[in-house]
Design a protein around this ligand. Sequence first.
Ligand SMILES: Cc1cc2nc3c(=O)[nH]c(=O)nc-3n(C[C@H](O)[C@H](O)[C@H](O)COP(=O)(O)OP(=O)(O)OC[C@H]3O[C@@H](n4cnc5c(N)ncnc54)[C@H](O)[C@@H]3O)c2cc1C
Length: 435
Amino acid sequence: MLLDRYGSEALKTRYLDGLTTTDMTRLTQGAQFMTEKEGGSDVGRLTTRAVPEGDHWRLYGDKWFCSNADADIAMLLARPDGAPDGTRGVGLFLMPRRLDDGSPNHYRIIRLKEKLGTRSMASGEIRFDGAIAYHVGRIDRGFVQMAEMVNWSRLSNGVKSTALMRRSMHDAMTVAHGRIVFGRRIADHPLSRRQLLKLMLPLEQALSLCLVTADALERAEQQGSQEAAALVRILTPVLKYRSTRDARKMCGDALEMRGGIGYVEEFANARLLRDAHLGSIWEGTGNIVALDALGRAVRRHGAEAALADDLHARISAAAVVPQAYRERLKRLVDQAIGFARSVAENDAAEADARRATSALYHVASAVSLAWEAAQVHDRRGDARRLLLSRLVLDHRLAVGGPFAPMAGATEDRIAGLLLSGRPVSIAEAAEIATA
Ligand SMILES: Cc1cc2nc3c(=O)[nH]c(=O)nc-3n(C[C@H](O)[C@H](O)[C@H](O)COP(=O)(O)OP(=O)(O)OC[C@H]3O[C@@H](n4cnc5c(N)ncnc54)[C@H](O)[C@@H]3O)c2cc1C
């Protein structure tokens, strides 16, 4: 994406086909190296030097966390000699693994990381000893250009977290419906039913917002829609922040639902749990991404206005959803947007950035699930996603104390319907949503 958008014609001719082909015999793999010991979140502190030499540059220094370390091509950040400190002085470079004559480029993988998860992909520490690289785009805009790619990767983190949760859910449901304990299927015990709902909810929230964000990205890229671009700007960090956090907990709880066998490496669960923990670290830790959502997307770009417009439009479009429920959603949208604005505009409220980002996520997913219920109802008469929307309100946005009962007749009806997998009519879903 970076090469396509910012690379010179010469670089594109040389490398783009290999990076984008679906022919596995010609495919060349890519990587991105930003993090250094001095700064992962604080990238502006990086110290790798770039020195011009003829039509290329030479790199000197160390990168500390390089995934896909043996990739054919790496896009990386380095500071040209004499450039200012901070992110403004950083340039974007393409570094091939091999030089034109086939010899290895001048860098070494010093050490591979012993990691908690993602063990099938090597991450290493790399030292540049005059490695040859080519600059990409404007030399003083390297960080800004790389940040565009990072935003796409953050969306992919949302997709990955959703996929990890989906597989975990599948395994938990299989066991809960197949195994008999104390004379009944696991899924028939009240406490298990509630726990299965709590597994299902973050998964479906994440799936819903992945699709809303991806759709906005497509409209922004294909049709040049400014509103869609603003929507992507805010939804991407909101999705990355919350879905990666939820995946860590959900994959662990789904493992537990299988009992002891979930802990055994012969099955996927242990790996899913380990891999889930990475999502909230790379491409920006939870704090950094929440600060991006509030401090940049809201405060600097005012992107929350596009989100508010989009959510209100979805509520209006979901005409089959009862008016009372839609009014409730509208109020929650306005409250979440107001909270996000107040946190973004007030330096003293920075410590609330994570809560405000979560509030945006939960409200946006409650709306998108209700909107999807209307869409799916129109196509095939199934409004079960409205029940998930209602669960978001009860589990994620309700203000209850530690002694307030949450389980009850309404939730048990929802559990029965959602765990059965059968379609739910709009009449039944509407009655439950407004109960
Ligand atoms: C498996 C794996 C693969 C990776 N692959 C790559 C890769 O391919 N390329 C690459 O460039 N990097 C990669 N990374 C590095 C990753 O992007 C960084 O580790 C991450 O950005 C955090 O940077 P850091 O480790 O320097 O932590 P720090 O930036 O030191 O953060 C430490 C803690 O401080 C918090 N913090 C930092 N700033 C603030 C703030 N302003 N306010 C509040 N809290 C703050 C963070 O949230 C975090 O909790 C990888 C990491 C892992 C674990």
